[in-house]
Design a protein around this ligand. Structure first.
Ligand code: CP
Length: 312
């Protein structure tokens, strides 16, 4: 593996899951692999899990870690080619990415969608800018349209907690007061398309995800019907894709409740708004897998970094 920008960079998802579970059993078995290698984690947006789990994963592999909150502390970056840089942006991505490549062996980048301009977000200028101009492997720690480290952790969690041959997995939209990106849902859908499962997406009108990503997926607008006989329910808010970046409604009837969850196990990437997205009664019960998902972020990242280190 030369980079990890998307779930598609994993050539065999089942092997990745199995190997990540093995890493979890003995996290320090490859401690020599990253000796004298450095990873730089660049954050253009906030994080708790991604920052700490990726750092932990790198340390488990013996790597040195540098972290920079680029959004607050770095120079404002220009991404346009050929532009006269006479405004507020002080540094071009060409120099920034090449300079970062001098200091480390792998660079990981977090840069969310701004949710103002669909085309601009889908251009993934920050992630693709680093991928184009860095001379070292690039890892996506959540970009405008994808969160592949989260999706791999989710796949590991489903594998560990599944008890049936072909589980039913439901991705359900939930209300949220702020406009949120589509990245987590997109990557979860892409991951589920490769998984041996009955996969159903449910959302209110106006909240269809990018049809190029959900093409061929079963979409049921009646949430109650979608949830019937579910084994895993993944709840996530996303803003409208068609009316791009807008919050169209806050319909509390879409909040996940203990009654609606039934026998299913509950998943969410976190952070989560209690009693808006999901009831306390789920999060505070043994039905919730959210902490285990967060724990598996370390082993998802560790599997990815191991592949990259092995191909340096
Ligand atoms: N799930 C996730 O990516 O969490 P953070 O935003 O806290 O990193």
């Amino acid at each position: 593996m030369k980079q990890y920008l998307s779930i598609k960079d994993i050539s065999n998802l089942q092997i990745a899951i199995d190997e990540a579970i093995e890493l979890k059993k003995n996290p320090y078995q490859f401690e020599q692999l990253g000796r004298q290698k450095t990873i730089c984690l660049l954050f253009f947006n906030n994080s708790l899990r991604t920052r700490l789990s990726t750092q932990k994963a790198a340390m488990n592999l013996g790597m040195r870690v540098m972290v920079m909150n680029f959004g607050d502390e770095g120079w404002q970056l220009e991404f346009e080619d050929g532009i006269i840089m006479d405004q507020h942006k002080a540094e071009h991505i060409k120099e920034a990415a090449q300079v970062v490549s001098q200091y480390c062996d792998i660079v990981a980048v977090r840069a969310f969608a701004e949710l103002k301009d669909k085309q601009e977000d889908e251009a993934e200028k920050v992630l693709r800018g680093f991928a184009k101009y860095a001379t070292i492997p690039v890892v996506n720690m959540e970009s405008s349209t994808a969160h592949p480290l989260q999706a791999l952790a989710d796949a590991i969690t489903i594998e560990e907690h599944n008890t049936v041959e072909r589980p039913k997995v439901v991705l359900s939209w939930a209300p949220h007061p702020k406009a949120l990106p589509h990245a987590v849902a997109n990557s979860f859908v892409k991951m589920m398309r490769q998984h041996q499962a009955e996969f159903v997406i449910t959302h209110p009108p106006g909240y269809a995800l990018n049809p190029e990503i959900t093409n061929g997926c079963k979409i049921v607008h009646d949430q109650e019907k979608a949830l019937e006989n579910a084994n895993f329910v993944y709840v996530k808010n996303w803003s409208s894709y068609t009316d791009y970046g807008k919050v169209l409604q806050l319909d509390a009837s879409w909040t996940m409740t203990r009654a609606k969850l039934g026998i299913a196990q509950f998943m969410h990437c976190l952070p989560v708004r209690r009693n808006m997205v999901v009831e306390d009664a789920i999060l505070d019960s043994d039905k919730s897998l959210v902490t285990e998902q967060a724990n598996n972020r370390t082993f998802a990242a560790q599997w990815v970094l191991k592949q990259l280190l092995e191909s340096l």
